[in-house]
Design a protein around this ligand. Sequence first.
Ligand code: GLY
Ligand code: MN
Ligand code: MN
Length: 363
Amino acid sequence: MVRKISNSPLPRIQTVREILLRNRVDGIIFSNMSNIRYLSGFSGSDGILIISSDSACLLVDGRYTTQAAAEAQHISISEYQNKVQGIERAAKELGLKKIGFEAAFVSVEIYDDLVRRFSNKAKLVSFGKELGSLRACKEIREIQTMKKAAAIASAAVAKIVREIKPGWTEQEVALQLEVAARRSGAEQLAFETIVASGENAALPHAKPSHREIRKGDFVVIDFGVKYQGYCSDETCTFAIGELTAVQKNAYRAVLRAHDEAIASIRAGVAAADVDALTRRVLGEEYGRYFIHGTGHGVGLDVHEAPRVAPGSQDILTAGMVVTVEPGLYFPGLWGIRIEDTVLVKKNSCEIITKMNKKLITIS
Ligand code: GLY
Ligand code: MN
Ligand code: MN
């Protein structure tokens, strides 16, 4: 049975209610688990949250009933055997006629089933960006948690870099990073760790392999952890032994692009302009080897709004947490990426990741 509640104490739910009003829908079905966690506190891996003007109801299957009741204390919990049936029943009990849904997080199968069940009783309205941006500006508590996640990950990288020797495999480095981070309180990895050496570093999302790290390599380590649900994201590129002048110059160019992009970040700046600046600093010589966007928002998801990339319409706002991660990738040869995560402030930004990005040589 869905219990109606009024004046939810959760301001985040109030924000959703403003979206309902603006878009003239009676309720929104949330199926993105990060949004569900953000709005309800429920951290399970499956469920549905329905928010209307006077109710908030979390639908879960039997695996999660106890956890949901403990975590989502301001929200009524309803158990389903079949998810779509559960949504249909809740929508009927709440009297919803026009219902929004997260288009990027509903399968065609579930959508078709919902349309069939609602038939002429209720209409579905697709939502995109507005719900994707709900979490973009962080609250003070979230920022504190993200700083802790960043500190754990940076400390793990610093520890392992003191220990790495030529001859370690990429896999061994990744393993030791995870052990160090978990020992310091990381609850899980924020994404699959990237440790890429030599020619593997030319692949932006390389998987750690059995390749042994050797002199003359760049080693790209892109590492992040989750702490209380929040992600960190940082990349360092290290030199193993002596590098060529070409490699050193390329590193300097990436560092300059990274530094200038960060120096440009403050509230009111267009995210696309930060990306354009990064490319301008890299210049024509290097620019064509920079094959991804400059950055992205980080939070409960490692990749979330805003986008710091060509064509982004996002305007940076105080409280947003974004990465700046220029890189150069020379297929078959080597690669470099330098990534920090920053908190956007009124007149500047604060770097929350901790590793110094001056080139460190491991011998
Ligand atoms: N770690 C993935 C990224 O930096 O986007
Ligand atoms: Mn990263
Ligand atoms: Mn990143």
